[in-house]
Design a protein around this ligand. Structure first.
Ligand code: ZN
Length: 201
């Protein structure tokens, strides 16, 4: 196949968001994806942990919602025909990494598939909270992050992806995902430092 060139992906230098209507979605930062020995480790995921920890801290300080998704399977899950067995409920690999552990005011959404809206109460909760904008970080950028972002955009939530707070198994997959986010999802890609949580005047 001919070599491909990554088209320009527009990067917003900063994104100002209202903490009352914005939620942070931390996707699948579980030992099986993040930690050495994890059954489906994404090598670049560990480097995003401090960036995500800082985002979580800033959202909590601003009083904005923090939601963790947790990939959750049982033995024999059909997904294991696609991927090695991972995120089996009750195992160490299923647990969210210690540095990002959810606090009682946070929300944890166990999810059976890539899309965190599929078969979960996520949309119901976001609508109860009056959430309009989702800042989505975590792993894997082109799989669970992307399918969740796409599902959010189909429901007309605004999507923001901090590119230094997501990780993928392959740079092509990461670039393709960000490209799709900015084009067909009309989402915004920025850096974590560019996200400003500021109540409207
Ligand atoms: Zn899975």
């Amino acid at each position: 196949m001919a070599e491909l060139t990554v088209p320009d992906i527009p990067i917003a230098p900063s994104v100002a968001l209202d903490p009352a209507t914005t939620a942070l979605i931390v996707v699948d930062m579980q030992h099986d994806f993040v930690s050495d020995g994890g059954s489906l480790q994404v090598p670049d995921a560990a480097a995003t942990v401090p960036v995500i920890a800082d985002l979580i801290r800033r959202f909590r300080v601003a009083g904005a919602r923090v939601v963790f998704t947790q990939d959750t399977h049982r033995d024999g899950d059909p997904e294991f025909a696609i991927w090695p067995a991972h995120a089996i409920e009750g195992t160490h690999g299923h647990a969210i990494v210690d540095e990002l552990h959810p606090l009682p005011d946070d929300t944890v959404i166990p999810k059976p598939r890539y899309d965190a809206f599929h078969g979960t109460p996520l949309d119901h909760l976001l609508r109860q909270w009056g959430t309009r904008t989702l800042v989505i970080c975590g792993t894997v950028a082109n799989i669970c992050v992307h399918y969740t972002a796409a599902s959010a955009a189909l429901r007309w939530y605004d999507v923001v992806i901090p590119r230094d707070a997501v990780s993928a198994l392959d740079p092509f997959d990461l670039a393709a995902s960000l490209r799709q986010t900015t084009s067909l999802l009309a989402g915004r890609v920025t850096d974590a430092a560019g996200i400003a949580l500021t109540p409207p005047e």
